[in-house]
Design a protein. Structure first.
Length: 116
């Protein structure tokens, strides 16, 4: 069982920045692929960014050049640095750990609200 706890959400003006954190339990964090997703009101949950065990990264087109995913294996934590935020980035942000095929764990989410 892997427990994930997100933090760092809040209210920010358009053009501002936030850094989300996701702390994971477990002694093999470095072996997990980690993802960020988000879900806006009335919309389906969508992929935002991912980082592999080898720290290769992948981003949704909507956040490329603005968001950066990173990981600190010593702290069992994955981060999402969000710059140049837009009102359409408003959503609940979730992290997901992929431990093995068919073994995925989700955090409880953190709210990000971007005002215009």
């Amino acid at each position: 069982q892997v427990q994930l706890v997100e933090s760092g959400g809040g209210l920010v003006q358009a053009g501002g920045s936030l850094r989300l954190s996701c702390a994971a339990s477990g002694r093999t964090f470095s072996a997990y692929a980690m993802h960020w997703f988000r879900q806006a009101p009335g919309k389906e949950r969508e992929f935002v960014a991912a980082i592999s065990r080898s720290s290769s990264t992948n981003y949704a087109d909507s956040v490329k050049g603005r968001f950066t995913i990173s990981r600190d294996n010593a702290k069992n934590t994955v981060y999402l640095q969000m710059n140049s935020l837009k009102p359409e980035d408003t959503a609940v942000y979730y992290c997901k750990a992929v431990v093995a095929p068919s073994y995925e764990y989700w955090g409880q989410g953190t709210q990000v609200t971007v005002s215009s």
